[in-house]
Ligand binder design. Structure first.
Ligand code: IMP
Length: 212
């Protein structure tokens, strides 16, 4: 049974790009969101074998360390011709310097070394809300698209410049934050675009009081 979320929560991330997006997504709901980084919480090791497991590891760790409900996103880009890589390892391909220009170059190089012609990819986001008493909820979203080399655009973060969502001419890196993950809350609105906003819409419908 989904539990209503009010008051203060921890966003269980140390990733600045994700933090910005998650704060924008939470903004309409009057939730006070503090990040795990701001609270000085340690980053747990992501030892899961799925996005959902890794999101649960991060959310549980932040909820038990802070005593507050915690929201974690585990996400990544899965490249069809690389058997789903970098996938769960999307952050790690950026290396300690979090260099996603290098990570995108690696995707391109690995595709070339396989002589791959399939340019399909998708992003996945698993959102887990964990309460200090052990209650947990999971919401997932994905978006399919095409890889673009050389990558285009300076907006967003991570692999945004190499990903063009289906039905669009521009990459995520060329879109405003509103286009990438804005949610139109009217009843007849089309689905939001990004994996994270799709997962968040499902979470918001279940866990937040209806919007006025
Ligand atoms: P993690 O979920 O913290 O393990 O990191 C996921 C990684 O996937 C991020 O560091 C990004 O490189 C990548 N990623 C996840 N979501 C997005 C997105 O919306 N745009 C671009 N890259 C993303």
């Amino acid at each position: 049974m989904p539990r209503r979320l009010t008051g203060r929560i921890v966003i269980a991330t140390h990733n600045g790009g994700k933090l910005v997006e998650m704060r924008e997504l939470l903004a309409p709901f009057g939730i006070e969101a503090v990040s795990a980084g701001e609270l000085g919480l340690p980053e747990p090791e992501e030892t899961g074998t799925t996005f959902a497991e890794n999101a649960a590891i991060k959310a549980r760790a932040a909820a038990s360390a802070s005593g507050l409900p915690a929201l974690a996103d585990d996400s990544g880009v899965c490249v069809a011709a690389l058997d789903g890589a970098p996938g769960l390892f999307s952050a790690r391909w950026g290396g300690p310097a979090k260099d996603f220009g290098a990570a995108m170059a690696r995707v391109e190089a690995e595709l070339a070394s396989r002589g791959a012609t399939d340019d399909r990819a998708h992003f996945v986001s698993a959102l887990v809300l964990a309460w200090p008493d052990g209650h947990e909820e999971l919401y997932e979203g994905r978006i399919h698209g095409t890889l673009v080399f050389p990558p285009r655009g300076g907006a967003g973060f991570g692999y945004d410049p190499m990903f063009r969502p289906d039905g669009h001419a521009r990459t995520f890196g060329e879109m405003s934050s509103e286009e990438k993950h804005g949610i139109d809350w009217s009843a007849a609105a089309p689905e939001p675009l990004s994996h994270r906003s799709r997962a968040f819409l499902a979470l918001a419908k279940a866990c937040f009081a209806p919007r006025a």
